[in-house]
Design a protein around this ligand. Structure first.
Ligand SMILES: [Zn+2]
Length: 256
C-alpha cells in the first residue's frame, strides 16, 4: 500500500522541509547530550568511589572492633603475668628471708616457685601471641585509615570532574535547545506534529534527507518506481519513505 495514498497529503514549503532537517539534527544533538549525561564516565567514577567508601567503612568498623577486643585481651594477659610475677616475688622473698625452717614447708615453697615459673612462661607466650595479633590488626587498621583519606581526596577530584562535565553538557544542551527552537520557529504545526510522532516511533529520527536516491533514515535505496513518484510530486508535497515511513526531504543532493 502506498503510504501517501493512505494519509492525507501534507504540504510544506521546500525550504521549510529543509529546515526540518536542521530541527532533526538539533534533536539528535539533544538526544546525544542526554545519553552522555546518563552514562557520564565522570559520574560513574564518583559512584564507584562512594561504593569503595562504604565497603571500606564496613572493613574499618570490623577491624576497629578487633583492635578494641585485642587491647582488652592484652591488658588481661599483662595482668595475668603480673599476678604470677608478684606471687613468685613474694614466695622468693619468703624463701630468701630464711624464716622458714621446716623442710616440708621449704620443699612445698620451692615446688610452688617452679610451678609459678612454668605458669609465667605459659602466660608470657599468650601475652606475646596476643601482642602479635594486636599489632597485625593495628597495621590493617592504619592501612584502611590511609586508604580512607585517599578515597576522600579521590572523591573530591572525581566530583569536581563530574561537575565540570555536567556544566559543559548543560551548556551544549542549552545551545542545541536554542538552535532547535529557532529552527522550528515558523514551521507548520501539522508538519511538526507529524515529525514529532514519527521521531517518537522511529528511534529518534522522524525526518531524513533523500541522499543520492537513498533514504538517510533507514539507509535503503529507493526503487526506481518510488524515485519516479517523488520526482513527479510537487516540491511542496511532504513525501515519505516507503520503507520506514519517515518524512523524506528532497535536497539538491537527492539524485532526482
Ligand atoms: Zn527510509
Amino acid at each position: 500500500m502506498d503510504l501517501l495514498a493512505k494519509e492525507r497529503a501534507l504540504n510544506a514549503e521546500q525550504q521549510q522541509q529543509i529546515t526540518l532537517l536542521e530541527v532533526q539534527r538539533r534533536d539528535l544533538e539533544l538526544d546525544r547530550v542526554r545519553h552522555r549525561r546518563a552514562t557520564l564516565p565522570e559520574a560513574v567514577r564518583v559512584t564507584d568511589i562512594q561504593t569503595d567508601q562504604r565497603t571500606l567503612a564496613d572493613g574499618l568498623t570490623a577491624v576497629s572492633v578487633e583492635v578494641a577486643d585485642l587491647e582488652l585481651e592484652q591488658r588481661k594477659a599483662d595482668n595475668d603475668v603480673d599476678l604470677v610475677r608478684q606471687r613468685s616475688a613474694k614466695d622468693r622473698d619468703l624463701l630468701d628471708s630464711g624464716s622458714i625452717n621446716d623442710a616440708k614447708q621449704l620443699t612445698s615453697l620451692q615446688h610452688e616457685l617452679e610451678s609459678l615459673a612454668r605458669r609465667q612462661s605459659d602466660l608470657e607466650d599468650i601475652e606475646l601471641e596476643v601482642m602479635e595479633r594486636l599489632e597485625d590488626a593495628q597495621h590493617r587498621q592504619a592501612a584502611l585509615l590511609a586508604e580512607r583519606d585517599q578515597l576522600v581526596a579521590d572523591l573530591a577530584v572525581a566530583e569536581s570532574a563530574r561537575d565540570a562535565a555536567l556544566a559543559s553538557l548543560a551548556e551544549e544542551e542549552a545551545d542545541a535547545k536554542a538552535a532547535r527552537v529557532s529552527a522550528a520557529d515558523g514551521l507548520p504545526a501539522e508538519l511538526m506534529a507529524l515529525y514529532d510522532k514519527l521521531r517518537a516511533d522511529n528511534g529518534g529520527i522522524g525526518a531524513a534527507a533523500l541522499q543520492c536516491g537513498r533514504c538517510e533514515g533507514c539507509r535503503i535505496e529507493l526503487t526506481p518506481v518510488d524515485l519516479e513518484r517523488i520526482r513527479a510530486a510537487a516540491p511542496a508535497e511532504v513525501v515519505r519513505c516507503e520503507e520506514c515511513g519517515r518524512i523524506l526531504v528532497r535536497t539538491p543532493e537527492s539524485g532526482l
